[in-house]
Design a protein around this ligand. Structure first.
Ligand SMILES: Cc1cc2nc3c(=O)[nH]c(=O)nc-3n(C[C@H](O)[C@H](O)[C@H](O)COP(=O)(O)OP(=O)(O)OC[C@H]3O[C@@H](n4cnc5c(N)ncnc54)[C@H](O)[C@@H]3O)c2cc1C
Length: 406
């Protein structure tokens, strides 16, 4: 810690809780006692196994396998995995949401890496894989011995998924895969990458198939860990496929139906992002409110200066309103009723609010807000990507606009 910095407001500040407005009838109602007990387990696991190691993760620009194995041993990786394959089979997305919230409160990169594995990639296997494939992959996914990633984006483009260029060409009983992916979360350490590949050259979105490619497959290689502005703890990398030969036993679901499978599952990815966006900003806002009580300027706490008081009032309101909407989409998704449009709204709105709130939190910290020792500075950097990934906010608005008939 740099001499002279306000140590108690820096990395060790976690966790003050969000101020509760006494007497308010507006409460989060989507979680019951079981969910809250699970939240306590998540927080206890993170305090014991993760918080002490966060600086190491940042230095190594990766989450070590020990992190995954310890999370697997406590059952946190298998919420979506059937018990028969070693999972918890929770069958209630609110548990996923709580886990995402607790991770995000501590560190945004943890939440995104975990979500890619447990909430995004694994469900494709659970829903679409053959029994043999499930037996091959799911037990390891539950323990953390098999780490997954999802490869959709290519150097030539991510938004226009239907235009992807990585190809699989039939050769006898095998498929020969050539191409590359980029920006792949967990890509550097994943054992299994669910990879979107063109199998029918002239069929656009209707010519894409999902393959389960393993890191040990000949011709599969990774580029360097990409040097990101934020979320450096997350390993993000390019992947290259040079004459990777696999059989039909690596196809996830049916040939040429990959685009549909992705469209069906992207709403859960976007909703998980939304949950994380709100929880991440809410936690840092709580820490900033504490800072605004403690930090004195002109003989008074900076939060008492009218501009800052009004600003904090606005930020608290924005977060609570965003959370209320996201909670409703979580509930609808738990009941199997949330639409892709609901998830798109939750994703773009929550990421705008997250970035808006965190930018103001940096400002309220003054110069300390620009210091890497401070959680607020790191959170601000970490948040920027949430407007870009999982379908950029422009693509979310495109979907919502189309739904309006335009
Ligand atoms: C840290 C990080 C992690 C990621 N992890 C993964 C991962 O695990 N797996 C994976 O597959 N991908 C991943 N991505 C990729 C991410 O999903 C893409 O970056 C995103 O979809 C945008 O694609 P692009 O970068 O190719 O931008 P482009 O598609 O080239 O878009 C450039 C700009 O044009 C805008 N634009 C594009 N089309 C339209 C349109 N129709 N209307 C209006 N504006 C438009 C976009 O919104 C954007 O602002 C990750 C990205 C990052 C940065």
């Amino acid at each position: 810690m740099t001499e002279g910095l306000h140590a108690k407001q820096a990395l060790s500040a976690f966790p003050p809780s969000f101020p509760d407005h006494e007497g308010s009838a507006v409460r989060r109602t989507i979680y019951d006692q079981d969910h809250e007990a699970f939240r306590d387990s998540c927080a206890a696991f993170l305090a014991k196994h993760v918080t002490p190691n966060l600086e190491t993760y940042l230095e190594e620009k990766a989450l070590p396998r020990d992190f995954w194995l310890s999370a697997g041993a406590e059952g946190f990786l298998g919420l979506e995995i059937p018990e028969a394959f070693g999972g918890a089979e929770a069958g209630d997305f609110r548990f996923n949401a709580i886990w995402a919230e607790e991770l995000s409160k501590l560190n945004a990169a943890l939440a995104s890496c975990m979500a890619i594995h447990a909430d995004i990639a694994v469900p494709y296997i659970v829903d679409l894989a053959t029994d043999e494939q499930k037996q091959r992959w799911l037990p390891g996914c539950a323990t953390g011995e098999i780490l997954t990633a999802i490869g959709m984006t290519e150097p030539g483009g991510g938004s226009d998924l239907a235009a992807l260029k990585t190809t699989a060409v039939r050769d006898g009983d095998e498929w020969v895969i050539n191409g590359s992916k980029t920006f792949i979360t967990n890509g550097y350490s994943a054992d299994l990458v669910l990879t979107a590949v063109r199998t029918s050259p002239d069929k656009g979105a209707k010519g894409i198939t999902l393959f389960g490619l393993e890191a040990t497959d000949e011709g599969f290689s990774r580029g360097r860990k990409l040097d990101k502005v934020g979320q450096s703890e997350a390993d993000t990398s390019e992947l290259f496929f040079e004459n990777v030969r696999v059989g039909d036993d690596r196809i996830i679901g049916e040939v040429d139906r990959g685009f549909i499978y992705m469209m069906e599952r992207l709403p859960q990815e976007r909703l998980t992002c939304a949950v994380s966006n709100v929880a991440h900003a809410k936690q840092i806002l709580a820490e900033t409110i504490q800072y605004a009580h403690d930090r004195v300027a002109f003989k008074q706490p900076i939060g008492s200066l009218q501009h800052n008081k009004f600003l904090l009032a606005e930020l608290v309101t924005k977060i609570e309103v965003a959370e209320a909407y996201v909670d409703q989409v979580v509930l609808a998704h738990t009941d199997g009723e949330a639409t892709a449009i609901d998830a798109a709204k939750a994703k773009w709105w929550s990421s705008e609010i997250q970035n808006d709130v965190l930018d103001h939190c940096v400002q309220l910290h003054g110069g300390y807000g620009f210091m890497n020792e401070y959680r607020v500075a790191r959170a601000w950097r970490d948040a920027r990507v949430s407007k870009i990934w999982a379908g950029s906010n422009e693509i979310m608005k495109e979907l919502i606009g189309r739904d309006l008939g335009f």
